[in-house]
Design a protein around this ligand. Structure first.
Ligand code: PHE
Length: 460
């Protein structure tokens, strides 16, 4: 049975059949890690903001937004899987905890007379449990527009954008940009709204601006590595990035930027030419421009060498005491690592039915809202589909930051009954102390019972 209302930051909201925000999530409200002095997320934010000196920085926008702000205003289709209850925290059917900072784009464009802005904020997604995913994380959005009304023609506007490109500091980054700017099917020009020349100019400005930002972050990361005596491999290879075609409902064409870092291509951000209908909805139809969105944790983890995303929430001085915004970045020195306590849980699902364990790739530190799978709304006669994110949440609610990883290790379908059996390994590990066997067992037993009462599974 659900309470009839849910209170967030002192404001009560009516609850309904969509409400799925647990107390463990609400308890993160208001920490504002991105504003906490000397916090690595705040340091990373400032480093990026400093590369866009003329932009207005919005850092205090509240996380409760309407479904309209989070999805409709950005052109998400009515049946877009990102809207599903398995991926998104609903306060009620009309209200969500924002899944991305893009939720504020339309309002910011509407209010803004300046051309450029950033928005940094906590965002919320139901997701996997591992060292790079946490249901609350931080995104930074950036956008820049030009106003057609300031120019006598599209040609003049294009000229100005290209002149602005020349003002971006030069860099010696190796850039791999293999695809043409537009692709008819995969990455179309918004041909009803933009001339190819002006959209091309916007794309060039976008790419150069973000390359310049990446140089700032990664050269800082290289310096930190060198200072830690681990710079050798970093020095062998020049910094290199590549542009990959992408899709977002709110930009076209769209790209992801990947950076070659210590032997791997890392996805750093998503971006593109702003969807013109979005600007029209914001009552600024004469504007054209670009936007990007990035996951701050991911960049901070690589800048400082932070191995586990849970650490950002730590109040332990052994963590917080290592960061100083007045000094060049230094590598994080892990304090002693406490032992892991793995425990398995195996169970039969209540009946033959859909099992959803997929977690698609991501843009930020977590999958993009485009992630996840659509599910049918639950009906009273049929048990709902079992979605892995529901199990993840039971684990998070119970074990909080004492759980490091949850992984499906076995799945089995009974040949006769068709019933499905799943086995998950839950790895408990505190970042701050050794968990005793008794503590791990108690957490695990609570989780087992919760799975029975919430999903009607039969423990094996
Ligand atoms: N909103 C996208 C996400 O969260 C990121 C993005 C922002 C992409 C702005 C393009 C432009 O996945």
């Amino acid at each position: 049975t659900k309470p009839s209302s849910i209170t967030i930051d002192g404001t009560p909201y009516p609850a309904d059949e969509w409400t799925n925000v647990p107390p463990s999530i609400i308890s993160h409200y208001g920490r504002s890690l991105h504003l906490q002095p000397n916090h690595p997320l705040s340091i990373t934010r400032k480093l990026i903001e400093s590369r866009f000196p003329s932009f207005q920085n919005h850092n205090n926008l509240k996380p409760v937004v309407t479904v309209g702000q989070n999805f409709d205003s950005l052109g998400f289709a009515a049946d877009h899987p990102g809207r599903s209850k398995t991926d998104t925290y609903y306060v009620n059917k009309d209200t969500v905890l924002r899944t991305h900072t893009t939720a504020h784009e339309v309002d910011t464009f509407r209010a803004n007379t300046n051309n450029g802005y950033t928005i940094t904020a906590d965002v919320y997604r139901r997701d996997a449990v591992d060292r790079s995913h946490y249901p609350v994380f931080h995104q930074m959005e950036g956008a820049l527009t030009w106003d057609r009304n300031d120019f006598s023609s599209r040609g003049e506007l294009t000229k100005q954008i290209l002149a602005d490109v020349e003002k971006i500091p030069k860099h010696d980054l190796v850039v791999d940009n293999p695809n043409p700017t537009f692709h008819d099917v995969r990455n179309p020009l918004q041909s009803e709204h933009h001339s190819p020349e002006e959209a091309e100019a916007v794309a060039t400005h976008l790419k150069r601006s973000l390359e310049n930002m990446v140089v700032a972050i990664f050269s800082e990361a290289d310096k930190a590595l060198a200072a830690a005596g681990q710079g050798a491999e970093a020095e062998q290879e020049p910094l290199k990035v590549r542009w990959v075609e992408a899709f977002f409902p709110h930009t076209s064409p769209s790209w992801e930027l990947e950076v070659w870092w210590r032997g791997d291509w890392l996805e750093v951000l998503g971006c593109g030419v702003i969807d013109q209908p979005l600007l029209n909805r914001a009552d600024v139809p004469s504007r054209i421009g670009w936007a990007f969105g990035l996951g701050l944790e991911r960049l901070a983890m690589l800048l400082f060498g932070i191995p586990d995303i849970r650490l950002f929430w730590s109040k332990d001085q052994r963590f917080l005491g290592q960061f100083d915004e007045s000094k060049p970045a230094r590598r994080f020195q892990p304090f002693s690592k406490y032992p892991a306590a793995p425990r398995d849980v195996a169970f039969w699902l209540p009946k033959a039915g859909p099992v959803i364990t997929e977690t698609p790739a991501s843009v930020s530190s977590a999958p993009s809202p485009a992630g996840g799978q659509p599910t049918e709304p639950p009906t009273t006669s049929e048990p709902p589909a079992f979605h892995e994110n529901d199990l993840m949440e039971v684990v998070r609610n119970t074990a909080g930051t004492d759980v490091e990883n949850v992984a499906l290790i076995d799945s089995f379908k009974h040949p006769k009954t068709g019933r499905q059996s799943l086995c998950y390994r839950v790895t408990y590990r505190s970042l701050e102390k050794t968990l005793t066997n008794e503590e791990a067992n108690a957490l695990h037993e609570q989780i087992r019972q919760e799975l029975v009462s919430r999903f009607g599974v039969e423990l094996r």
